[in-house]
Design a protein around this ligand. Sequence first.
Ligand SMILES: [Zn+2]
Length: 338
Amino acid sequence: MDSLDRYSRQVIFPGIGKEGQEKLARSTVVVIGCGALGTVAATALARAGVGTLRIIDRDFIEYHNLQRQILFDEEDVRLQIPKAIAAERHLKAANSAIEVEGIVADVNYRNVERLVEGADVIVDGLDNLETRYLINDVSLKHGLPWIYGAAVSSSGMMMAVIPGRTPCIRCLFPSLPPVGQNGTCDTAGVVNAAPMAIGALQGAEAIKVLLGIETAGLISIDVWSGQFSRLNVDLQPSLDCPACHGRYEFLDARFGVRTTSLCGQNAVQVLGSGDATLSFDEVARSLRSIGQVDYNEFMLRFVVDGREMIIFPDGRAIVKGTADESAARSLYAKYVGM
Ligand SMILES: [Zn+2]
C-alpha cells in the first residue's frame, strides 16, 4: 500500500506536507477515554496516519452509546467487547499501516504515568473532571502536551495545554465543582454533533501540536444555537495555580476516590485494591451458586437479586442500575470482596 497515496489529500495541504506526514508517522498519541470524543479523535488520528495510537478506556459498550460513539456497532454490543478492544479492531481495519493498542483500564494516580509513557501528546476523551485534573498533573510533571475536550447537551469546549506555554486546566478551573453541579450526559442529554465537533477539533489540535504549530486557544461551541467562539484566556500560566508550580495534588492522590458514578449510565465503578489479576474461572465457580454468571476473556457479568455487576480482570467492577456509591461499594465487598 502506498502511504503517499493514502495521505495524498493532506500532504498537499500546506500546513502538513510530506515532512509533516513523516513526522506524524513517527508520533505516538495516547487517547484516554474512548466515548464520543475519544472515538472521533482516535478515528481522525488513525486515518491521518499517526504512527502509534494507544487507546485507554475502562468501559464496555451499550446500545445507548451508539448514538454518538462512532467507532462502535451493534455487533460490539452483542459480543460484550470493551471499548478499548473494539476501538483497536476498528481502527486497525481503517488503517493497517499504523500501530494501535487498546488497553482496558481505569486511569488513576497509580497507573497514569505508566500508561502515558512514550506519548508525544495525550488526547482527553474523558467524562469526568477529576481524571482530567490527573491528566493535567501528569502533563505538567513530564512536560507532555494534552488536548482538553468536553461536551454535554449541545455545547462543548476544547483547548491544547502546552506545559509552560499555555494556561493549564487548573489555571482555568481551579477546583472540582461540588457533586451534581455540572450537567452530565445523564441529566442534560447530548446532541451527537457536540462531541463529534469537539472530538474532530481535538484531532486537528493534536496534529498541530505534533507538528509544532501554534495552537488555537480555548474554543467554545454550541451546535444548536450555532455559536462558535475563541475565548479570551490569559495566555500565561496562572500565578497561583498549584499544578503549574509543581504541586501535583491529583497525581499525589491528595484527592481521589475509589468509587465513581459513571456519566450516562446509572452505574457506579468500584476500584479493586491493587494490581489484582482475577481468574474468571474461579470467580465464576464461587458466584454460580448465588446468581447468574457469564464471561469472556475481557469481562465477567454477574446478576443477583435484579442487580448486575460487570467485573474486569484487574478487580475493577461496574455496578449497574444504581447511582448510589455506598450501595455499590457494599455489593462489591459482598461478592468480589477485595
Ligand atoms: Zn495551571
